[in-house]
Design a protein around this ligand. Structure first.
Ligand SMILES: [Zn+2]
Ligand SMILES: [Zn+2]
Length: 371
């Protein structure tokens, strides 16, 4: 049995837009959800397939790999920022089967900084910079606690007791016999609030500063990866400095397409080269490689060059370079070429007219239709 494509699983066409795919997925997921089909193994299997299909087709990057290289192209993918599909999935199930779980509310610890000490910035780097690594100078802004108010945002650093919660950090609500407590929304649980705002920082508690640093980007970094630069984040009221996280946006390359540590490239091959099994030279990440085609190489055939891909960012080996053949044919032939081709064809013993036996049976078949 032939495996269904992701499009077939969700029963959408290959050029369906995101909304259509999402809608189709909802429909199928509802149909096959285990809660609705208890003990039905086939439904469970279909449900898994729908999830797999949607995870791929809802992610632009995965979808384009899938469209070009099929399921094979998705292997080793994941990681990076491609978990958008998962998030989406989660929220969708909450909607569909509401009542489960519910969001757990995060509570802020009482004695908090006015802003997080760790900070995140994004950085664009080229395809090659990501693969081979590079040192780069970056300039960024960070928060430094205001000296006048010691990072409190209150004039003279003087905080007064929060009027909302009377310094308790919690507010209480009564409902029937029960009393619920909640972190005070005014002071965020600290029990203190500025009586008057610090005029130096307008109550924010910090001043923005600029800094230039050089960071070493390791080879093998991929789109969406994060690098921690220790001690270069925001500075808090006690002088503690957080970390800076740099998230990389890797630009796409014109020819190479990266998939984890593997790299794909499409190589156009003229049909005569494929027929004779020519040896051609193809670009690699570091230069050129010699590719010996098979006699009768097929369209979309893959040739793998082990270890010619990207060095793993954590030092776990090196990926492969995969050349995918794209056969090209002449759009028109001159008389000389026509003659050469028919000579070639003759030498293989192939006649230009359809084979008699084939023709006869086709005619018989057609007669059958019009009986
Ligand atoms: Zn201040
Ligand atoms: Zn309060």
């Amino acid at each position: 049995m032939q495996e269904l494509s992701y499009y077939e699983i969700l029963e959408v066409s290959q050029n369906a837009d995101k909304a259509t795919i999402k809608k189709a997925y909802r429909k199928m997921a509802k149909k096959y959800h285990p809660d609705k089909n208890p003990g039905d193994e086939k439904a469970e299997h279909n449900f898994k397939l729908c999830n797999e299909a949607y995870q791929c087709l809802s992610d632009d990057k995965q979808k384009s790999m899938y469209d070009r290289y099929g399921k094979e192209g998705l292997q080793g993918m994941g990681g990076g920022r491609s978990n958008a599909g998962f998030d989406d999935l989660g929220s969708m199930f909450e909607e569909m089967f509401s009542g489960f779980g519910g969001g757990s509310r995060r509570q802020k610890p009482a004695d908090m900084e006015k802003y997080p000490l760790d900070m995140n910035i994004e950085m664009n780097i080229s395809f090659n910079e990501a693969i081979f690594g590079i040192e780069k100078e970056i300039e960024f802004r960070y928060k430094d606690a205001c000296k006048s108010c010691k990072g409190t945002g209150a004039k003279g650093g003087k905080l007064s007791t929060c009027s909302q919660c009377k310094g308790q950090g919690q507010v209480y609500m009564k409902q029937g016999f029960m009393t619920f407590s909640q972190t005070c929304p005014v002071c965020q649980g600290s029990g203190e609030s500025p009586g008057e705002n610090c005029s130096d920082c307008r109550g924010s508690g910090y001043k923005e500063k600029k800094e230039k640093i050089t960071i070493k980007i390791p080879k093998g970094i991929d789109d969406g990866n994060r690098l921690r630069v220790s001690g270069k984040g925001n500075i808090g009221k006690r002088g503690t400095r957080g970390d800076l996280y740099v998230t990389f946006n890797v630009q796409a390359d014109k020819h190479f397409q990266r998939n984890g540590n593997d790299v794909y490239i499409i190589i156009p091959v003229f049909f005569t080269q494929a027929v004779v099994g020519d040896t051609i030279s193809i670009p690699s990440l570091t230069g050129e490689l010699e590719l010996k085609l098979d006699i009768g190489t097929k369209d979309k055939q893959h040739f793998t060059f082990r270890g010619e891909g990207v060095d793993d960012v954590h030092g776990h080996g090196t990926g492969d370079l995969i050349a995918q053949i794209e056969l090209t044919y002449p759009k028109s032939l001159n008389s000389e070429q026509k003659e050469l081709i028919s000579k070639l064809q003759e030498s293989f013993g192939i006649e230009s007219k359809p084979h008699e036996g084939v023709l006869d049976s086709a005619i018989d078949k057609m007669k059958g239709w019009f009986k």
